[in-house]
Design a protein around this ligand. Structure first.
Ligand SMILES: [Mn+2]
Length: 336
């Protein structure tokens, strides 16, 4: 399976001179590390001309990249400021994404785009890729990160990865695997391969820790202090209010013992409400916070939705906070 993916990649590279290498918007560490390393590999091993471009780099990614540059002063990645005319490329390689929609600069109005071949390297699940024989990409959803797939490609070519790139790859794997929470045996083997005498695991962990935002920490502490505790059946619900960072506060509440958290924040014209629930509550009771907020949006002047365990809603002030409405809906599910 991997071999056939590699084979199609090899074919994709053939007879082309200039490639665009990119990832999804607001690129995370996995997408960034994967793209930067594959770019380096193609330039050095294949002497291929490449053009590395990210539409936007996430704050956390930028922070870690700065840390790597500080540690390795000679390490430099050349990014392009803009893609310019896409027609100049012979091929586009897209990492850590599997849909063209996720690449914001490939706007639909560019009719000629169909004519430029593209190739995905990604680890996100997509049903339709399961049965396709000639897919234009390497898709493996049994990998915790795209970085692991890239390491395996480089391995097949016996390519030696320099230390700064190892730091990036390990960081990408760590962040996408939730610090090994979603890892499998392959993940550990890959990381073990990347770590050597010159790359220190604890140092990478330290470099990943961005300086905590003091106002966020204050909001989390105040939110916890103000939390009102409501018990429904054996579940503990925390309701609180802060002036900002309502989503982080809701996360904090579920970490310190609440099963469900509802956190309000007052803005100029509206209330923003973040809801969080532990996985266990959702699995055992069928609670789906996103569905609850979608229902509320239909009946009131509000817009909201989300996942089973994480959702949010914006409510116009004239409606009030809808605290009791939200609570009643949760109570309905928990009392079932
Ligand atoms: Mn990823």
């Amino acid at each position: 399976m991997f071999r056939s993916g590699l084979h199609s990649f090899h074919n994709f590279l053939k007879n082309k001179t200039l490639f665009l290498i990119t990832s999804h918007d607001l690129v995370d560490l996995d997408g960034f590390a994967s793209s930067v390393c594959l770019n380096f590999f193609l330039q050095t091993q294949h002497q291929i001309e490449t053009f590395l471009y990210f539409s936007k780099i996430s704050k956390h990614t930028q922070f870690f990249y700065e840390m790597v540059k500080k540690k390795f002063p000679n390490f430099q990645v050349v990014f392009e400021e803009s893609v310019g005319d896409l027609k100049k490329f012979d091929g586009i390689i897209i990492l850590d994404a599997n849909e063209l929609d996720q690449i914001i600069f490939l706007d639909k109005s560019f009719h000629d785009f169909d004519k430029i071949p593209y190739f995905f390297i990604d680890h996100h699940f997509k049903e339709e890729f399961k049965n396709e024989e000639h897919m234009n990409g390497i898709f493996f959803d049994d990998y915790a990160s795209t970085a692991e797939i890239v390491v395996q490609i480089l391995d097949e070519y016996n390519f030696h990865i320099p230390t700064p790139y190892r730091y990036l790859l390990v960081a990408g794997i760590l962040s996408d695997s939730g610090y090994f929470k979603f890892a499998n045996n392959k993940t550990f083997k890959t990381v073990a391969k990347l770590l050597n005498d010159k790359s220190d695991y604890q140092e990478i962990l330290m470099m990943l820790k961005s300086k905590p935002d003091i106002s966020k920490k204050i909001a989390q502490i105040k939110g916890a202090q103000r939390a009102e505790l409501i018990k429904i059946s054996d579940w503990l619900i925390g309701i609180s209010e802060v002036s900002s960072f309502e989503a982080s506060v809701a996360n904090t509440l579920t970490k310190i013992g609440f099963d469900i958290a509802v956190v309000f924040s007052e803005r100029t014209n509206e209330y923003r409400v973040s809801l969080r629930a532990r996985k266990k509550v959702c699995l055992e009771t069928g609670l789906h916070l996103g569905k609850i907020l979608e229902e509320i949006s239909k009946s009131y002047n509000a817009s909201g939705g989300g996942h089973d365990g994480a959702a949010s809603i914006n409510i116009l002030k004239e409606e009030g906070k809808l605290r009791d409405v939200i609570l009643a809906k949760i109570r309905d599910v928990l009392n079932k």
